[in-house]
Design a protein around this ligand. Structure first.
Ligand code: PLP
Length: 309
């Protein structure tokens, strides 16, 4: 049975925010429950990449990511599941003990190649790609975070079959591929708030617009970036973020990860408090998964709260 045959049906859950009696309804689409190993948006982003590789008889897939990447985690699993040779180009150097994400990836048989940060920045260049080709032969190039046109095509399906009425969508963004799929699927209806988890995310508006054009041959302006909740940058955290994640879990029985969904929900709560969403409206927040990253964060911080920022 191919896990991509039918998109998973997940609950849409009513959300309570900590200490906050807000006049806005918030629901969460629980895509953290899509699959244990291919969670959240990565399920949708990998779906058509896998289909493309199967249809074109491509046996080797190469992708890219940081050492704790949710994408690399899901990618390695998918490669094992479908019998592809998976190669992960990882930013930075090998450190011991090997972190839980890369341990999982290598247990799935993914070949890991570490490259320096400066080299990693060149990964999209023809020169880099031809070096890979010399070394590995034919392969499907799956970009960092999985974001290509096939990934957008998958992300378009995230809002299929939602059985509640809603006015706004909220989601976290790294590369913006998922946001682009969601925006494409809405065809100009409703409004999407995108919460970048990187600092200096001005580029993301253009990036999302390009991805949307690529997929829909259209431009939609019914989205905005809320840029104030990156907590210092990608994978950077602060004690108040962990406090929020704990409280949120106590109230809703939903785990959020500190890299993406925790920041998004924190930012959504703050934005609602400051009056961003008109009274009586309904927001559908998307839980894009990524819970494997919690272990990675613990590994990185050594369970020391004083290291959290
Ligand atoms: C990868 C990831 C994102 C970002 O998705 P993009 O398509 O790169 O914007 C958001 N949330 C989680 C949990 C992720 O793992």
């Amino acid at each position: 049975m191919n896990i991509f045959e039918n998109n998973p049906i997940v609950p849409i859950q009513k959300i309570t925010f900590p200490g906050n009696d807000i006049p806005v309804n918030v629901f969460m689409k629980r895509d953290d429950l899509t699959d244990i190993f291919i969670s959240g948006n990565k399920y949708y982003k990998l779906k058509y990449n896998v289909q493309y590789a199967l249809e074109n008889n491509i046996k080797r897939l190469i992708s890219f990511g940081g050492a704790y990447s949710n994408h690399i985690h899901a990618f390695s699993y998918v490669c094992r599941l479908f019998g592809f040779e998976g190669i992960g180009i990882i930013r930075g150097e090998l450190t011991y003990p090997i972190n839980p994400t890369l341990k999982f990836a290598s247990e799935n048989g993914m070949k890991i190649e570490y490259v320096s940060r400066s080299e990693y920045r060149l990964k999209h260049t023809d020169e880099f790609k031809s070096k890979l080709k010399e070394k590995y032969g034919e392969f499907l190039y799956v970009p960092e975070g999985g974001s290509n046109d096939l990934a957008i095509k998958g992300a378009v399906e995230i809002l299929d079959n939602i059985d509640i009425e809603y006015d706004y969508v909220a989601l976290a963004a790294g590369t913006g591929g998922t946001a682009a799929g969601v925006i494409s699927s809405l065809k100009g209806e409703k409004f999407v708030y995108v919460f970048p988890v990187l600092k200096g995310s001005e580029f993301l508006r253009g990036e999302i617009t390009n991805f949307v054009n690529l997929h829909s041959f259209a431009t939609y302006n019914n989205f905005d970036l809320i840029k104030d909740y990156h907590f210092g940058g990608y994978a950077k955290t602060k004690p108040e973020l962990f406090d929020f994640i704990d409280e949120f879990y106590n109230l809703n029985d939903i785990h959020l990860d500190p890299v993406y969904t925790g920041k998004m929900m924190f930012g959504l709560n703050e934005s609602i408090k400051s009056g961003l969403i008109p009274e009586g409206k309904t927001v559908l927040a998307i839980h894009t998964g990524g819970l494997q990253g919690i272990e990675g964060m613990k590994h990185r911080l050594g369970n020391q709260p004083e290291n959290y920022f």
